[in-house]
Ligand binder design. Structure first.
Ligand SMILES: NC(=O)c1ccc[n+]([C@@H]2O[C@H](COP(=O)([O-])OP(=O)(O)OC[C@H]3O[C@@H](n4cnc5c(N)ncnc54)[C@H](OP(=O)(O)O)[C@@H]3O)[C@@H](O)[C@H]2O)c1
Length: 236
């Protein structure tokens, strides 16, 4: 089933088609991402790395929330990265700043956009857990490993060279998938969430990733951005 996270209407169509199948949903892994993409605005008016890595998943989970709740116990796993530590999302007043998340072309740096989206992943997972765990739906965020040779490097040749050089020393794809699979199925994690895992162990994310106010603020901003009829960054 086709789902383009860069298009909010595609995410809604996907969720509708999934619901039409009347299947339960016990495990939802939010894994998709792009990295080192050139600046591009989506048709929804947002910077594409932010929309693909965070907002598309946010809308997907919103649309499938009722199915997850009916399927409880259910788990969401959000694939983040250790690179979330190298950035922040707050403006000088301490509020989540859309201009940082979805910057104009002249302020765009692709690695920074990726790091910010990965910080969003942890904040989203934590807030999702806070809201849905009373209904039997838990959420955890994970770091799969460093520089695993997947397709993530494909949009920049320099990244491809670096990933190729690092390949003998980094995790295989199977090893990289292990923490995600662990969070999705481990019996000892039943009913537990709001945590961040690396190498199948719980670890502490950055201070900002643990900030509940920041998580709630990102949630509210994301709700406004996916509201039907919103024209994204230009409107806010
Ligand atoms: N590789 C690493 O070293 C590493 C390190 C830390 C974190 N991570 C995280 O691990 C996760 C998986 O990444 P990966 O390394 O396996 O990269 P990958 O091989 O490039 O996989 C990314 C996936 O995202 C999908 N995707 C991209 N744009 C999309 C869109 N608009 N709509 C729907 N799906 C889209 C891709 O689908 P298509 O192939 O069809 O485009 C692909 O299946 C990501 O969240 C990444 O941030 C990876």
């Amino acid at each position: 089933m086709m789902c383009d996270l860069a298009r909010l209407c595609s995410v809604r169509e996907f969720a509708q088609s999934f619901k039409a199948k009347k299947l339960p949903l016990h495990i939802l892994v939010c894994n998709a991402a792009v990295c080192t993409q050139p600046w591009r605005l989506t048709e929804d008016g947002l910077e594409s790395t932010f929309q693909i890595c965070h907002l598309g998943h946010f809308l997907l989970v919103q649309c499938l929330q009722d199915v997850l709740r009916r399927s409880a116990p259910a788990r969401v796993v959000v694939v983040s990265s250790e690179s979330h530590r190298f950035t922040d999302l707050l403006d000088s007043c301490g509020k989540v700043d859309l201009a940082l998340l979805s910057p104009p072309k002249k302020e765009y740096w692709s690695m920074l956009a990726y790091n910010r989206a990965k910080l969003c992943n942890i904040l989203f997972s934590n807030e999702l857990h806070r809201r849905l765990s009373p209904h039997g739906v838990t959420s955890n965020a994970v770091h799969p490993g460093n520089m695993i040779y997947t397709s993530i490097h494909r949009s920049w040749w320099l990244m491809t060279v670096l990933f190729m050089m690092a390949r003998p020393f980094t995790k295989s794809m199977q090893q990289g998938a292990a923490t995600t699979v662990y969070c999705a199925v481990a019996p000892e994690l039943e009913g537990l969430g709001g945590m961040y895992f690396n190498n199948c162990f719980r670890c502490m994310p950055s201070a900002q990733a643990q900030d509940q106010t920041c998580a709630a603020s990102l949630w509210e901003l994301s709700e406004r951005l996916v509201a039907e009829g919103s024209v994204g960054v230009q409107a806010l």
